[in-house]
Design a protein around this ligand. Structure first.
Ligand SMILES: [Zn+2]
Length: 252
C-alpha cells in the first residue's frame, strides 16, 4: 500500500465498524479498513509482543486532547499473527459503504430475527451459513458454536429445516453471546489482545467451544465434536437436537 493509502498525514474524523471490519475515516474522505479476521489487532500504545507488526502509525493527539504530562503522540500498531486479516484503502466513504453492503450481511451485534430468517435459506448446514459473512457479519467459529448451543440448534441442521421460532431464538442467541463476550474483553485462546493490549476472559464462559468430550454444563451429556465446513464444531446432542429427513426432531 502507498503511504497515501495508509492515511499518511491524515486527520482522523471517525471510526466505523461492521462485522470484523473496522474503518478509520479521515477528514479528507479517505478510508482505511482494517480487516480483523481471526487474529488481526489494532493496538494503541506499546505492543508487549513486539512481533508480527505489519504497520505502525504515529498518531498525534489534537491540542485539545493533550493532557498535561501526556505524550503528544502514541503509536498505533496493526499486527496480525495468523495473517487472516489485512488492510484495504477506499477513496471515499461512499465506496467504503458500497463495498460493505455488497460483501457483508447485517452486523451480528444487532442482528434481528427477520433479517436472519430471510438470509438463512437453502440446504447448507446452519453452522456453515453462520460463518458466511454475507449472511451475518461478525460471527466466527467460537461464537457460532456458542450461539447454536444457547439457541438449542444442532449445527448440522439445514437452514431450510429451521422453523421461524428457531431462527428467532438464534438471532437472540447471537446478540446475547457476542455482547457478553465483548463485556468480558473477548476470548483469548492464543494471541488475542484488546486495543489496549489486554487479554480477554470470555473463554471461561464457553459452554461448548473447545470442550468436546466434556460434560455439557446444562444437561451433563458428553459434548460431541466433529468438523463442519472444515471447522472444528462442538455441540450437545441432547440440548441441541437435530431433525431427520422428515423434519421430525431427532434427539441423537
Ligand atoms: Zn446439554
Amino acid at each position: 500500500m502507498t503511504p497515501l493509502e495508509l492515511l499518511d498525514r491524515a486527520t482522523i474524523h471517525s471510526i466505523a465498524r461492521h462485522g470484523k471490519r473496522l474503518a478509520i475515516i479521515a477528514l479528507d474522505g479517505r478510508c482505511l479498513v482494517v480487516q480483523l479476521g481471526m487474529s488481526g489487532q489494532l493496538i494503541a500504545g506499546s505492543d508487549a509482543h513486539g512481533s508480527h507488526q505489519h504497520v505502525t502509525w504515529h498518531v498525534t493527539k489534537s491540542k485539545r486532547g493533550q493532557g498535561l504530562g501526556q505524550p503528544a503522540s502514541i503509536p498505533l500498531i496493526f499486527r496480525d499473527p495468523r495473517r487472516f486479516g489485512g488492510l484495504t484503502a477506499y477513496e471515499s466513504t461512499t465506496s467504503l459503504y458500497e463495498s460493505w453492503s455488497a460483501e457483508l450481511g447485517p452486523d451480528a451485534l444487532t442482528i434481528q430475527a427477520q433479517a436472519l430468517r430471510s438470509a438463512m435459506t437453502g440446504a447448507r448446514a446452519v453452522k456453515v451459513a453462520l460463518l458466511d459473512q454475507t449472511i451475518v457479519a461478525g460471527v466466527g467459529n467460537i461464537y457460532a458454536d456458542e450461539s447454536l448451543h444457547l439457541a438449542g440448534i444442532d449445527p448440522r441442521m439445514r437452514c431450510e429445516q429451521l422453523s421461524p421460532k428457531r431462527v428467532t431464538a438464534l438471532a437472540l442467541a447471537i446478540r446475547t453471546i457476542l455482547n457478553r463476550a465483548i463485556k468480558h474483553g473477548g476470548s483469548t485462546l492464543r494471541d488475542y489482545r484488546s486495543g489496549l493490549g489486554v487479554a480477554g476472559t470470555a473463554q471461561a464462559l464457553h459452554a461448548v467451544y473447545g470442550r468436546a468430550g466434556d460434560p455439557c454444563g446444562s444437561c451433563g451429556e458428553l459434548l460431541h465434536g466433529t468438523r463442519l465446513g472444515g471447522r472444528a464444531t462442538v455441540w450437545c446432542r441432547s440440548c441441541q437436537p437435530g431433525v431427520d429427513s422428515t423434519g421430525a426432531v431427532n434427539r441423537k
